[in-house]
Ligand binder design. Sequence first.
Ligand code: HEC
Ligand code: HEC
Length: 566
Amino acid sequence: MAACTAWIRALVLAGGIGAALLPSSAFAQAVAADAGIPIESDLVKSKCGGCHKPDANNRMTRISYRRASPENWERTIERMVTINKAAVSAADARAIVKYLADHNGLAPSEARPIAFEFERRLIEWTYDGDKDVATLCSGCHAFSRVMSERRTKDEWAGLVSMHRGYYPLTDNQPILNGSGFRRSRSLPPEETDKRQPMEKAIDYFAKTFPLVTADWTEWTSAVTPANLGGRWAVTANIPGKGPAYGEMTVTADASPDTFVTKTTMTVAKTGETVSRTGKALIYTGYQWRGRGADAGKPDEPWREVMFVERDRTEMWGRWFTGAYDEIGIDVKLAKISGSPMVLGAGQLALKRGGSASVTIFGANLPATLAPGDVSLGAGITVSGVAVANGVVTARVAVAADAKAGPRDVVVAGVVKPSSLVVYDKVDGVRVLPRAGLARTGGAVFPKGFQQFEAMAFANGPDGKPNTRDDWPLGLVDAKWGVEEYSATFNDDDLKYVGTIDAKTGFFTPALDGPNPARSGNRNNIGDLWITADYTPEGAAEPIRARAQIVVAPPVYMRWMASEVGK
Ligand code: HEC
Ligand code: HEC
């Protein structure tokens, strides 16, 4: 009972319901914010309590004073087992991660800005808060790992001590440069912050990422069981292949928050179908962590990381595989109710003055349709419509004077806004990503691959290339190649670092380890230009687009094996 009162007090004092009824002195607030989250799980108490003693109010040292993502809880527990020699079986560890991610987790608003961390995306991202602290804490891992946690001030200090104790390198790195932030990035040039960088960081984290927040308080009272069972329409983007559409059936499994899944998808460009089965677990009421495998490849599961929106009608995220989680697709799922849905078209664009067959994907669409039931807007005539396996195929002619720009797709009165664009001509082709990363492997370490794709563009309303209003027109079949990216004299990377598939744009790096055939017995690392040659319809000359690839060594030290999806 006492624990309960303390917890309610903490919630209330942090600004929740009834805050106005209680004294709000700074002292009372500080005490409440640090009061800790009682641990009610017997399993956590028995497996962790030997070292993290619960007090009379079930607050366990360290554990009660921190909230974290499932990944960070997992990471900590792994360290408890490997370094601190905690005796925890894999099954118990999973149950403990589940309990702690649910009860000492992140609110949706806290996890949303760092979704890419859990989705394992390789992106460029900068923290828009304090620049000194961001520099200090993103030398070894992304700052999003820091944002995966909320702690009391003491706990932030404990984290810094843990780093200094276990990773003495931290001391040679910016954490302790002995002179404060002399060249602070967050202060004007004439001002100096005399604090040690780590002291500043601890102060900053205590204020910016405190244990108790209004959002978490609200979520803990609002959260309801994740009843995700039912049919979900899947819209995916597959690098190198473009849009894919399909359906996932989600069925409740034996224990709460667990599900089994069945997914089928069709890649619009190639017509190939994917069919998968899997399992998923929901953490904190909204964090989907699953595993799904292709029917033919049960031993090569993909991980599924998705964010479930609060109204439980939408979830989105990334499904991925590869030794570096580098192969993945972007997905968006929408709950299928009784009414018809239009998900999108099989292509991104239609050329003015041409005719085409447009495939339209949806759910619950009528089994028969007349040309009058499908519309792509003014200047586009629909001459025939067929429906097969729920996929609509419309024969369309685009008038030479049809207005260029994004078009809505309408099927049987259901509108999907901006589904494709009407354009005049291909103004350029871009290779995506513009800078890729692969890792040598195959001998001792696994290879890290990179998929490239060639996207055609029209210049858009401003008529200028490479601006925000450009229209992507879809992936084109380019002829892929590599060229030397001259970084040193007699650069010979072309011969050694890897190859690209001329048809698919899939880059495969060379073997890891020293290569006696290479001068200085060097590793097969380096950088190259990736080239894509594409000849638009009617053009005499191909357009060439380029991107860069860096072929790096393997990651020799892995700190974390991801289990949270199991
Ligand atoms: C054998 C003793 C032992 C057991 C059992 C143990 N721990 Fe720890 N724990 C430690 C020590 C020592 C530290 C401080 C060093 C560190 O962070 O690794 C620590 C630190 C922590 C921290 C703070 C880490 C941080 O990031 O600042 C958390 C949270 C934690 N433990 C959780 C747990 C959980 C959950 C369990 C049960 C699965 C557990 N511990 C079991 C010894 C233990
Ligand atoms: C010298 C490299 C290095 C620097 C600099 C560094 N970290 Fe870390 N950090 C690590 C490593 C390695 C781990 C993984 C520890 C583990 O789980 O065994 C880690 C783990 C973490 C975790 C997860 C905690 C847990 O219990 O596993 C957090 C949070 C974190 N770091 C925050 C920070 C903050 C805040 C800073 C800046 C003050 C920082 N890191 C700077 C190397 C670094």
